[in-house]
Design a protein around this ligand. Structure first.
Ligand SMILES: [Zn+2]
Length: 158
């Protein structure tokens, strides 16, 4: 899974907190400031047991469309390059766009395959288990409710 970093600003002290996250920002939205220890909410993170999964993460046709679209663009650029080379020159910009579209197309195809083959479901299952584990802590549930989350009954009855 591609991953990256997300930065959020502490509302108490203004410290910028940086943390690793997965591509869909699945994880606890409750952040603890590394500088002043204040707790705050970062709504960009999805508590999947409550918020559900990002609909894009299981949308095969979106990625198939992306693959085809980028592939078409790459082919158009390749055609253009071929035409230019026939005339003894080529544009580096078009070459870069062609390569970028080609790589993007492959990335979309990989995502589509991941979903098709069930790898995404497996990854989602892991994120759901982590999310449910957090919600087993009544203190955490109260915290989320304090932040205005609608926590499903099944997590409150414990
Ligand atoms: Zn702070």
């Amino acid at each position: 899974m591609p991953s990256g970093f997300m930065e959020s600003k502490c509302p108490e002290c203004g410290n910028k907190n940086r943390e690793a996250c997965n591509a869909w920002a699945y994880g606890s939205p409750v952040k603890v400031c590394k500088a002043c220890r204040a707790e705050y909410l970062d709504r960009r993170f999805r508590e999947v047991a409550i918020d559900g999964f990002d609909p894009r993460s299981n949308n095969v046709s979106l990625y198939v469309k992306g693959t085809l679209f980028l592939l078409a663009l790459a082919l158009v650029c390749a055609g253009l390059l071929y035409f230019q080379m026939g005339r003894g020159y080529y544009s580096t910009k078009i070459l870069i766009v062609a390569i970028a579209c080609g790589l993007g197309s492959v990335a979309c195809a990989v995502m589509a395959l991941r979903i098709k083959l069930g790898f995404q479901d497996k990854a989602n299952g892991k994120f759901m288990a982590e999310s449910e584990a957090r919600l087993r802590d009544p203190a955490y549930v109260r915290k989320l409710e304090g932040f205005g989350y609608k926590v499903p009954e099944k997590y409150k009855s414990r």
